[in-house]
Design a protein around this ligand. Structure first.
Ligand code: PFF
Length: 472
């Protein structure tokens, strides 16, 4: 039985325009995952071969779940806990919504710390601080480790980053999130475009294109496929109710399908632009392209001083990293704020300030865990890494899989399709055709995600993943 409870918040805010929504949703998707994680993952796992697998994951697993989250949000006009509660007739499915709120807590705790690093490096670049690191990756590595391992500095930057995030959310959906995205997303695109242009104009830069885009199928292994799948979730902000929350501010005129395609296209395009900018510069300067996660904070500061106008390019690069992190962080905090506003009747200010504060506090422990104050020594990884792994390997995929199962088992495909078709003018096929396509996509994506989760759980419990057992 479905209880169609009306949203008690009659004055619920809505996006001001379709463009505003697309920019806000792609702002959530475009983040550290695109500029920091994707380029080095693609570079090390077969270049274009990785990108092809990643795109397949995005289309088969990401798109159906993205559509599902947006439709659940718009249908109920409620944030995740209320939305699942409402559509399931107050059954246990509401825990899917609670899982989303919990994931938001976990992710923002460590995401805010890295957001702080992006601010620190923007200012370091602007003040000419990269000059002393020119051509010296070892020294740059030491400077970075010393910075993130120290007690005071990274916490100050993290708190500053979190204050920006809280400041935007307090202003509300239209004047805060949407206005912020309308300024920051075009800026990210334009600056990345300039950086790509600069990279390609440097001698030897084109070798970077080959590194990133030439398919090397021999470098692609089963673990790259698992990695591409996990990243598809993280990069599209799926599995924790962000898109349910953003969908709940949509009006019924919008075509959800074309909006979702726009979000995916922008997210993928920006990831590729970032990869192109980074690797053309790295290759032109003869730096090490396989530096992995340290590529951004360790290698890039050593090469910016060597290119003409390095202070400006370095500052611009870290500034877009900061903006990308901020537009994602606000979408994470909004999940928590919307929960307390919708379900507990709190004011937006109270919910944001209180929980923004609590998350900042947890973030302080995250940051401290990278230095001497490692409170999770017993788990052999830092608290920071623990939260990162917990969310991207378990919480988000589980959240995504149960959302797909919820639609299949509880909400029903015909109702989902009806919600999707609102705002679609041209309907080419019979409804039954679309229903079958949706059913197949959701079953496939939940099966793939279940395999992914089982694989990770095996790896964690027995240090033996399925792919290793299968002899790959
Ligand atoms: N999509 C963001 C990125 O690629 O960095 C991270 C993220 C944001 C994950 C929002 C989950 C989320 F709900």
């Amino acid at each position: 039985m479905r209880i169609q409870k009306e949203n008690p918040m009659t004055d619920r805010e809505q996006w001001g325009s379709r463009l505003g929504f697309i920019l806000a949703a792609s702002g959530s998707a475009v983040g550290l995952g695109n500029i920091w994680k994707y380029p080095h993952m693609a570079g090390q796992n077969g270049g274009a071969a990785f990108t092809v697998v990643y795109l397949i994951c995005i289309l088969i697993v990401g798109l159906p779940i993205l559509l599902g989250e947006l439709a659940i949000g718009r249908n109920t006009k409620l944030s995740p806990v209320g939305a699942f509660n409402n559509l399931s007739g107050l059954s246990n499915w509401k825990w899917v919504g609670f899982l989303g709120v919990a994931s938001a807590f976990v992710i923002l705790s460590f995401y805010g710390v890295v957001g702080g690093w992006t601010l620190k490096y923007t200012i370091l670049a602007l003040s000419g601080g990269f000059d002393a690191l020119s051509g010296q990756p070892d020294i740059s590595g030491e400077v970075f480790s010393e910075f993130i391992g120290s007690s005071f500095q990274p916490i100050m930057w993290q708190l500053l980053f979190m204050s920006f995030c809280i400041g935007i959310i307090v202003k509300g959906v239209k004047s805060g999130i949407e206005s912020g995205a309308k300024i920051m997303m075009p800026l990210i695109l334009v600056i990345l475009g300039l950086l790509v242009f600069k990279g390609l104009s440097l001698e030897g830069g084109k070798k970077g294109l080959e590194f990133l885009f030439k398919p090397k199928f021999s470098d692609l292994n089963p673990s790259s496929i698992v990695m591409a799948l996990g990243h598809a979730f993280f990069t599209l902000s799926l599995g924790m109710g962000t898109m349910v929350t953003y969908g709940s501010y949509l009006d019924k005129k919008q075509n959800l399908f074309s909006s979702a395609i726009w979000v995916i296209l922008l997210d993928t395009f920006i990831a590729m632009l970032a990869g192109t900018a980074i690797f053309t510069i790295v290759f032109a300067m003869g730096a090490d392209p396989s530096a992995g996660a340290g590529l951004i904070f360790v290698v890039l500061p050593t090469i910016f001083p060597q290119i003409g106008g390095g202070v400006i390019w370095g500052t611009l690069f870290f500034f877009i990293l900061f903006m990308a992190a901020l537009t994602s962080a606000i979408s994470i905090l909004e999940v928590i704020t919307a929960y307390f506003v919708d379900e507990k009747g709190w004011s937006r200010n109270k919910a944001t300030l209180l929980f923004g504060g609590v998350i900042s506090l947890v973030g302080i422990f995250c940051s401290l865990s990278l230095g001497d104050f490692n409170i999770t020594n017993f788990m052999q990884i830092s608290f920071f890494d623990f939260l990162d792994e917990l969310s991207s390997k378990y919480m988000l995929p589980i959240g995504g899989a149960v959302t797909a199962l919820f639609i299949l088992k509880k909400w029903s495909i015909p109702v989902f399709l009806d919600e999707l078709l609102i705002g679609v003018k041209e309907k080419r096929y019979e409804k039954s055709f679309y229903q079958n396509v949706l059913r197949i996509c959701l079953i496939t994506s939940s099966l793939i995600v279940c395999l992914f989760i089982i694989n990770e759980a095996f790896d964690l419990l027995f240090d033996q993943s399925l792919q290793k057992m299968a002899g790959f």
